[in-house]
Design a protein around this ligand. Structure first.
Ligand code: DC
Length: 213
């Protein structure tokens, strides 16, 4: 069984997908981490991000493996490195690159072929797994997503204004929605859940209730 969870940054996809997978005894796939891993490799190897061919050549040379809470590129564990702001700001040309998307989509299908999975990202229900058993589009209002992000940053000791977060978030939303391929779009047969005012547990309960028997 394949359950896809797509949605914008900050809607709570990772937490929900991870805990849902745990509850069901399924594996969990964080596809954003894969795009981040390619972006991080591009930075490391000083690949010019706006040179499409160079990014294509780079991905041909990468082997990405991931599991519960870890990701490796050519054998090197990059789990922590991929979360840096530098990587986040390098993602756009990587996620827009056709060869990168083709390679990562194939990898994602291979991982899913091994058994039950909850997979989260932007294009899982719309493009990578059009025949998924259950497709969720997890959303929240921009203000709520930014508020959560601020709380998360504060817990890590970082103070950032809500306006700054909202501005960055708008930027990412625009990038995600305007990508030439693999853009963030709700699949026709996806069920939208708006998580404003809902505890994680409630979101998970709703999803579990939607799983086909
Ligand atoms: O979920 P995240 O923020 O870790 O994802 C990082 C970036 O990767 C995000 O800005 C968009 C891109 N991405 C994508 O294009 N397709 C996916 N399936 C997952 C992520």
């Amino acid at each position: 069984m394949i359950i896809t969870i797509d949605g914008p940054a900050g809607a709570g996809k990772s937490t929900v997908a991870r805990q849902l997978a745990q509850r069901l005894g399924f594996r969990f796939l964080d596809t954003g981490a894969m795009y981040r891993a390619v972006a991080r490799a591009a930075i490391e190897r000083k690949v010019k991000l706006d040179d499409q061919q160079a990014v294509t050549n780079l991905v041909d040379d990468l082997t990405i493996e991931s599991g519960e809470g870890w990701i490796r590129v050519n054998g090197e564990d990059v789990t922590n490195q991929i979360r840096s702001p530098e990587v986040t700001s390098a993602i756009r040309p990587v996620a827009d690159n056709r060869a990168v998307r083709t390679y990562l989509s194939e990898q994602q299908r291979l991982v899913a072929a091994a058994g039950n999975i909850v997979t989260e990202g932007r294009d899982q229900g719309s493009f990578v797994f059009p025949d998924a058993d259950l497709k969720i589009f997890l959303n929240a209002t921009p203000h709520e997503r930014a508020r959560r992000r601020k709380e998360e940053l504060e817990q890590r000791g970082n103070q950032v204004s809500l306006n700054d977060i909202l501005e960055q978030q708008n930027q990412r939303d625009k990038q995600d929605a305007s990508r030439p391929i693999g853009r963030l779009v709700k699949a026709d047969d996806a069920i939208e859940i708006i998580s404003d005012g809902l505890e994680i547990e409630e979101v998970i309960n709703r999803i579990v209730a939607l799983i086909p028997k």
